[in-house]
Design a protein around this ligand. Sequence first.
Ligand code: ATP
Length: 375
Amino acid sequence: MTTAITLRNLSKRFPDPRRPEGWFTAVDSVDLDVEPEEFLTMVGPSGCGKSTILRVISGLESPTSGDIFIAGERVNQLPPKDRNIGFMFQGYALFKHMTVTENIEFGLKLRKVPPSKRRTRVADLISLVGLEGLEARQPRQLSGGQQQRVALARALASEPRLLLLDEPFGAVDAKVRQKLRVDTKKLQRELKVPTILVTHDQREALELGDRVVVMNHGRFEQIATPADVYDNPQTEFVARFIGRTNVFQTVLEEDHSILPKGTRLNVMVRPEDVLVSALPDPSEPQTPTLVGTITDYSFLGRTVRLEITLTNGTLCTVALPKGDALKKKLGLGGLVSLEIAACHAFLQGDGSNSPNGSENQEAIRSDVSDKVASP
Ligand code: ATP
């Protein structure tokens, strides 16, 4: 089946006289295949190149090298207006002096869609995004969430073959943002329009994406389902960026198939993968190797988050269901033992400087938890 969008070896450099090479690489040789009907989210820290990718796909920027295919057609030379892409920018500037209806139908007028067809399309879109009754209002008479719905309807007006959303839920409060997320996902499922949504919010990326692209420094660190990105991070960056994680520096205690004993590793452990029990009698000799004191206790509704200071001074975050914390009588100042149920190990640094760095990373991702020293 033809992909909705394909990027091949795509790079974008911007001139930068301050750098010795004279340019800055915002997007660095990325490859991507978005399936028809797929909702793809792209997440990464500020400045990693997310918006640049959307701008290159839409034609607002041209790539320095590489190819862009939309529905199998190479579009590198195609002007933005002929790409038939719905684009909702960060800030989504609506036309201030136009009504909701006029904002939504603006693109259709440009395309010379006849008035009767326009009216039907706008009415459909208004009901689709839930703006009935507000047709005659101007943007200043709308809430932030309503304005975003107008912007979304405007992006969808020309029945685009691809929808690009750049931080679409920016300036609204958390509750409205959540509602917009749910509605956008529903809408995308209904319309089946392939969509790429850019966000710096990892929760949003996990919640909305059929797959998630995690980006850093112009490169794709991992492209996978939300569950895989969370449970099987392929790089240390992904493990740190997605979800909370404990990072312990440690060494291999036994020889591994390709890594010698003594290799320094970073071990990543999710807070929910640390099993915690109260120590009934601290004076008893302890079999568990990890012992610590609860130095912070946060009630988060269904879960409880504990900060535990281990005897060697290392801090460890633990998350567990509220009921378990009560049952186990865990409280501030309590002495506890810890057990690590699952972890991911990465060579210290990104391993890329060592010979066969990436293969080593691959190899140690296979379970080494029984071979590493405790934090
Ligand atoms: P944010 O989440 O903050 O919006 P981003 O990941 O979307 O960040 P981009 O906007 O794609 O990042 O920018 C990537 C890098 O490219 C940044 O360092 C930015 O300063 C640089 N950049 C973007 N556009 C230009 C331009 N027209 N000229 C020079 N540098 C640019």
